[in-house]
Design a protein around this ligand. Sequence first.
Ligand SMILES: [Zn+2]
Length: 673
Amino acid sequence: MSKLSYRQVHLDFHTPVLPFKLGKNFNKETFQKTLKDAHVNSVTLTGRCHHGHIYYQTKLPARHPQMEGDFLMEQVDACHEIGINAPIYLTVGWDAFSADKHPDWLERKPDGSMYGFQDYGQLSPGWKTLCFNTPYLNYLKTQIIDTMEHFGSKLDGLFFDIVWQDECCCNYCIEKMVSRNLDPENTDERQLFAKMTEKYLKDEIYKTVHTLNPECPIFFNEGNILPSIQSNLEEYSHLEIESLPSGEWGYQHFPTVVRYAKNLGKEYVGMTGKFHKVWADFGSYKNSAALEYETFLALAHGAKCSIGDQMYPDGTLQPATYNLIGSVYKEVEKLEQYNENTRALTEIAIVHPGVIMDSDTKVDFSLAGAVNMLKEAHCQFDIVDLQMDWNKYSIVVLPDKIIMNDEIKLKIASYLENTNGKILATYQSGLDEKKQFLPAWEVTYFGENVYNPTYGQYCSFLEKQLPKGEIVLHGQGLLVKSAQSHVLGAEYCPMYQRNYQHYYSHFQAPVSEASGYVVSSQSERVIYFSHPLFEMYKVHGVQQYKQMILAALKEMLGHMFIETNVPTTGEIILNHKCDKQELVLNILHYIPQRKAIELDTIEDVIPLKDIYVKLNIDKIENKLGYQIGDIKQVNDVRNNYKLKFKQQERSLEFQVPKVNGYQIITINYERTV
Ligand SMILES: [Zn+2]
């Protein structure tokens, strides 16, 4: 049952002390008309911002000093009057008002300096991060109760922002760590304590809200959704994937995170922004093709949409912004029904590296490489953690660094025992703490490779996909051996490892002779590559690394769900309508371009013509658990046109004449009992 609105605006309002009355030009009718005309049906409004200011009538001293009346209540009432949902945003980790009044409430690094956002020193303008082991937590809870009591039954939900704890060395944290027998001088123990604090913080906020209103929707935003969310997952009513592609998230983030988030059993929202850059880039308007792509991709993945904006201090919304949002949301309103109440039809699971270790980057490079390879080949796949069911996938991919612990070993043993599924593993995946590979791998570990880069020479099915001759492997690999019958590729060393004594031309020395080690091997259930091919693809973009992985997947799967001539720049997402006999095929074609030194955007929609699609019905039936009978209709939704199709024994083929950015094809079938 869907509860979240499809066309949301996340309306920031981080407003410092002003030389005029806050919201002096707010006009209820204009505000309502602007939102209505832009097809918006939910607005997240600001209750307390990063300046620490509160925007409703409160006795708390942080009430915005230039506010007269009850500004937030006016906005909430204006929204409710026209049937628009109005959840409230409350800052958590950044609050300049509290930071200035109580510097002892700030997080501290081991050297006593602060944590914060961008430029945040004593004489700098950025946000400083507060610590939740200080009395700030009590203030936070008091302020949440204050908001809930003030809005009472008008409260549509709470969005908590900046919900994380860094490894902190403030006096409070040191005292608490010592009392729990944790060592503040040990980085690992500081990180552990930070994770414990984060869990405690969410528990405390949840209890505070739940005591007053058990039905109040809650989301905790940390700018990412990682497997660590599992420890508090039951406290989230839904998920919001903050992912502004022109900001630090890039175009890599959303397509990755949504494939994990959609398996967490909650409704989810894809949140982008209307700004050209990131939040609060006032006077900028995202290219409409980019905004289209970002919202349509959310729809295709079964998500609701949210577009970020910021209200001006005088209480106005900008017409150009809402013309832009409206132009996209008008289309979203027409299209949102097609992927509503669907589930993704997927045959491959990628195990999230976050089950083993945190990443230094917003998206782990090995995960990013895996997503890119499979997405470019139009594979249908999910990203899973250790709590999720692996048995429903034909292949489990363990990218680069899934080092075995007892929990993962059990998970893999159960998968191999209970399914006919196969495993594709690279580099350290499958290796345990004793430096032994799991028996199913049938490879033996001989240490780290001394050559980087080195070369591989491939045989069997890999040979057919790759250029004749050696392929350079740009990455640190492992030395492994396997039975001759299992070898898919042999290592050929370079003439020497490049160093001050021996160097050759500009880069690595050319290939020399076989080392006796293997770079790829195949056992009954596992195909293994000794190099981190996924991260190497993300870092170097060598097409052959992708070809190796795709050839291995094909070898293990036979044919996949979808065969098509859609180029690598296109995306295909196949869903199944839960309450109908209908498949929903989403095809997107938008190409992000590096137009600026630090950001990608999309300016043009480049149409695709004469798209061929073949669905392998037998594979899809396996996933659905029943047989598909006659295909009744194949509909081109955006052109309102029935497509001709050919149903063979176990496949369905059709041509889509044109994909202009985003196309939805619905396929209605009879179910054979
Ligand atoms: Zn602290």
